[in-house]
Design a protein around this ligand. Structure first.
Ligand code: ADE
Ligand code: ZN
Length: 337
């Protein structure tokens, strides 16, 4: 197993499912709370970590939205993003496609411009310093209205050059993709790609809606698609990329034990799966930790791990030449081993 860990540590990889606000570590949360004089309902970093026990997605989201209240200035969004990029770089992540939740900030009076300027400044610095490339995905909060999503899309219009795709996140149950069919169509008209969380807690019908109504280019989570054989065959046939987040699924009780995680089964079914960290500060591990713990728990072999790393690039929104360059790096590493 040591060899597998060494392979994971060194493999070039892309991370395709990461909420920037979910990478806010408690230490940084406290620093920002102090400098911005924002009240948070915790006295110590240990108290924060102790609160990170969740029975389901909603219990996590309730704390996630409280945590992001400390983010106020452009520097805060820069610091948040930069801290994540440093962790990703340490995990030999060469490309990231990150989510941000503008409505979690504009709803508190923080300007859209403040958010996106801080984030993109950090993304540009990582590319300049390390060649770590990135794309930005604007997520609509699905517990809010269609009208609010349209307002957010309007606010994004001056920044479209910096936004690759729209996504859909937050409370899944009771907020089906169909609620956002029109806003996703408008985003497509603007040239934006589309992704959506579906089948994390929601039923297979939500995955069908994401495919047929939102016309997604990539499926976030997708675990519950496995309950529907016809859907699995369709997703395999279409080569749809799944952004799977094993430690997130464990922490949010989508699986009772990591040994019962469906990642290996998804690979065996011919699904194009990738491994990602989702909200690493809340779920106990960045991307390499997700690979390592899952490899032990479900018995991934070297070929599986290499396939997952390759899928992370072929499932990305990078141009083909960049994908080919990263795949060649993976091949070179494997051959040298
Ligand atoms: N927002 C942040 N993390 C999320 C998740 N795992 N599911 C839905 N919305 C989220
Ligand atoms: Zn997510």
């Amino acid at each position: 197993m040591t060899d597998l860990n060494a392979l994971i540590d060194r493999l070039p990889k892309a991370e395709l499912h990461l909420h920037l606000e979910g990478s806010l570590e408690p230490e940084l949360m406290f620093e920002m709370a102090r400098r911005n004089q924002v009240e948070i309902p915790f006295k110590t970093v240990d108290e924060v970590r102790a609160a990170y026990e969740f029975a389901n997605l909603q219990e996590f989201l309730d704390i996630y939205y409280v945590g992001m209240n400390v983010l106020i200035t452009e520097q805060d969004f820069f610091d948040l993003t930069w801290a994540y990029l440093e962790r990703a770089h340490a995990d030999t992540v060469r490309h990231v496609e990150v989510f941000f939740d503008p409505q979690g900030h504009t709803g508190r009076g923080v300007a859209f411009e403040t958010v996106i300027t801080g984030i993109t400044r950090a993304l540009a610095k990582a590319e300049a310093e390390w060649g770590l490339t990135s794309r930005l995905i604007l997520c609509f909060l699905r517990h809010l209205s269609e009208e609010a999503a349209f307002e957010t899309l309007e606010q994004a219009k001056p920044y479209l050059a910096q936004i690759e795709a729209v996504g859909l996140d937050s409370s899944e149950l009771g907020h089906p993709p169909s609620k956002f069919e029109r806003v996703f169509a408008a985003a497509a008209e603007l040239g934006l790609k589309r992704v959506a969380h579906a089948g994390e807690e929601g039923p297979p019908e939500y995955v069908y809606e994401a495919l047929d109504l939102l016309k997604i280019d990539r499926l976030d989570h997708g675990n519950r698609a496995l309950e529907d054989e016809a859907l699995v065959n369709r997703l395999a046939g279409e080569g749809m990329t799944f952004t799977v987040c094993p430690l997130s699924n464990l922490k949010l009780c989508g699986v009772p034990d990591l040994r019962q995680h469906p990642l290996k089964r998804m690979l065996e079914l011919g699904l194009k799966v990738t491994v990602n960290s989702d909200d690493p500060s809340y779920f106990g591990g960045y991307v390499n930790e997700n690979f390592k713990q899952t490899a032990v728990a479900v018995g991934l072999n070297e070929a599986d791990i290499i396939a997952l790393a390759r899928n992370s690039f072929t499932g990305s929104f990078l141009p083909q030449a960049e994908i080919d360059r990263r795949l060649a790096e993976i091949d070179a590493l494997v051959e040298a081993a």
